[in-house]
Design a binder for this molecule. Structure first.
Ligand code: SAH
Length: 346
């Protein structure tokens, strides 16, 4: 199996059969080899640097009803919040003084924020902090909206595809949401000129190993600039409350294979991975990830952005989060980098 890993590393190409075999592998030594190859490819492109992004979770209102997500509209027990323009800028101010040069604005699909408001928020941030990148992660929108966000200065957009299999997609989402529209969004975002992030949850309900292969083949074909991969974690107030979390090992294998297939991608060691294992994020870095996204949201609302159970880092000030993350990055043998950290070659 090592020769297959070698081949993928060299050619960046893999067949579905090869990927399936590697995903199903149970030999720890082969896994270690896969991770070391992913690390090497990452080092060739990013020289051991791990980029830090300041995450601002600015609203947990959502019009969607994704079956896995704790802030779905049907969760009547969720306490809802949204941050105003000034509060978001306050988070950026705090983040900037801590050294962050990327701000990621993430939220539910909240109709309260018109395109005008989003554009005003983005352009205020860019005006105040012209040396910073702004990333949006606010879901599916018409192409015209994406164009307006881009023209107002947004640099990047995160929109996980969630699964590359249409049938699987329909088991994770309500009937009014569509796989085709999600894919349309990703294509539009790329054409408009954003650095685009796709990605998925590992171990989501009804997912098969074959589905994960389809995800990898999709990523290899789409070549996103960023790839978010975390384990599915159940949330008690959703229809998936009784399902198990995704596995650490499977998540790491997906991170490593994504690194081999999309060598220049920015890949976060996700908060979800850190939630299912105390050393999850360090393990992610060791499997080829090169981004960490500490939380800059105001302490008072942290716990409310409640996508899944037991989410970590909801009790510390941004400065504490940053210090902790920096320590973890160093202990894993990497160098924390607070610069914009665009995708190399972009
Ligand atoms: N509304 C935005 C942001 C979504 S939240 C959008 O639609 O893109 C960011 C990501 O959290 C989602 O893309 C999803 O993959 C992940 N997520 C949601 N619920 C989760 C859960 N229960 N376990 C793990 N990850 C989850």
């Amino acid at each position: 199996m090592k020769n297959i890993i070698e081949k993928i590393k060299k050619t960046r190409l893999a067949t579905g059969e090869e990927l399936l075999m590697l995903l199903k592998n149970t030999d720890g030594e082969i896994d270690e080899y896969l991770f070391s190859c992913a690390r090497e490819v990452c080092r060739e492109n990013y020289n051991g640097k791990v980029y830090l992004r300041g995450l601002i979770e600015f609203t947990n209102y959502c019009k969607n009803d994704c079956l896995y997500c704790g802030i779905r509209r049907s969760n009547k027990n969720a306490k809802r919040y949204r941050l105003g323009h000034e509060e978001i800028l306050e988070c950026c101010k705090n983040g900037y003084s801590l050294g962050f040069r990327t701000f990621v604005l993430q939220g539910g699909e909240d109709g309260f924020y018109s395109d005008d408001m989003i554009c005003e928020i983005v352009s205020s941030i860019k005006k105040e902090y012209p040396d910073c990148a702004v990333t949006l992660s606010i879901g599916e929108k018409p192409r015209e909206s994406y164009e307006r966000y881009f023209n107002s200065g947004a640099d990047r957009y995160l929109l996980r595809h969630e699964t590359a299999n249409k049938e699987h997609y329909s088991k994770l989402h309500p009937p009014e949401m569509s796989f085709d529209n999600r894919m349309r969004c990703l294509k539009d975002l790329k054409e408009i000129g954003f650095q685009v992030g796709a990605g998925l949850m590992v171990g989501s309900p009804f997912q098969t190993a074959e589905n994960l292969v389809e995800d990898l083949l999709f990523l290899a074909d789409f070549q996103p600039d960023m790839i978010g991969i975390g384990p599915f974690i159940p949330h008690g107030e959703t229809p998936f409350a009784g399902f198990e979390s995704g596995k650490v090992r499977d998540t790491l294998a997906m991170v490593a294979l994504s690194r081999l297939l999309v060598p220049k991608a920015l890949i976060p060691a996700t908060t979800a991975l850190g939630t299912i294992h105390p050393k999850g994020r360090e393990m992610g870095l060791n499997a080829g990830a090169n981004v960490v996204m500490p939380n800059l949201s105001p302490l008072g609302v942290r716990k409310l952005y409640d996508l899944y159970e037991n989410k970590i880092c909801t009790g510390e000030e941004a400065a504490e989060c940053l210090a902790c993350i920096k320590g973890r990055i160093a202990s894993a043998g990497f160098e924390a980098d607070m610069s914009r950290g665009d995708r190399c070659g972009f």
